[in-house]
Design a protein around this ligand. Sequence first.
Ligand code: KG4
Ligand code: ZN
Length: 355
Amino acid sequence: MSDYRETSIKKAEEYRISPSLILGIESSCDETAAAVVRAGREVVGTAVHTQIPVHRLYGGVVPEIASRSHTERMGSVVREALDNAGVTLDDISAIAVTYRPGLIGALLVGVSYAKGLAYARDLPLIGVDHITGHIAANYITYPDLEPPFMCIVASGGHSHIVRVNSYTDFTLIGRTRDDAAGEAFDKVARAMGLPYPGGPELEKLAKDGDANAFPLHTAFNEGESFDFSFSGLKTAVVNILHNAEQKGESVNRADLAASFQRAVIDALTKKSVRAAREAGLDTLALAGGVSANACLRERLQRECDKYGVRFCRPDMKYCTDNAAMIACQGHYELMAHEPSPLSLDPNAASFLQEQ
Ligand code: KG4
Ligand code: ZN
């Protein structure tokens, strides 16, 4: 074992001198993903197996099913990513893997697989925090983007405003006090009878709706705090649906979806743009699954334009969970510190939540 440790440290030093190919592995929730990325920014091959059709039957992610599906698919997804990149394991210089946050059973599959591969091939192992991976998706889309910048991370599990001080140093400025933005989208969509995952479905329904039909808003919107709260907004929508049902009235679902979406976007936009401006930063990036929302992207672009702030958001294919973003962040972690030990332990929470 000590031989492996010494070799992985030596290979990490070689990587720092001449960065090359990193294999990224992601299994924190319901996508089994692998990708090969050169020097942190150039994606040379990717593969994703989504479990959405299976979880849709249950209206949400079933952790046990997710873990088993990752176990079934991980080997073939890694092979597919290598094939798409036109390389073999012999060409890989390091293995980056999501080790937090996420479903523990799901994380364990990716982490165990990555450890086995790293040990068998004498390659450095790099544990990557999934949230920092989402942020790094922006580096793929904008080759010139460098810290410091402000980032709004909106995913199924998190709504964070993060100051990206350097590639590997982050300060949590604001967080959700209850439901995450994506979680609120999913729960409201479910209450409206839409399938999982609700975010994209709700966005589609909202397209023809009047966003001002219902005067919905989120808590803490006007105060100094950079924290979010989406659970009251979710309850307000559910109450509107229940009240109408009890009275035998019908609700304009498109209007309700559009009004809910507008309220979420209002909070995410106002707070993140204010955070960037108050910190004196000239760039605001968007990250996480909710960044696929076209209305959110447009609204943030408009608001940033107003204040002369540069707005960055990942290409659509790197908004939701993928392994290219993990390999990308893995590159910067490997440039900054020693590789992870083989005792790397998955954690359900992000390190940002420990700040
Ligand atoms: O980042 P992600 O793929 O997984 C987590 O790390 O959680 O984010 C998934 C979340 C889900 O809640 C999904 O409903 C939401 O992102 N989402 C969207 C859209 N596409 C995905 N929410 C709103 N509008 C979308 N177009
Ligand atoms: Zn994610």
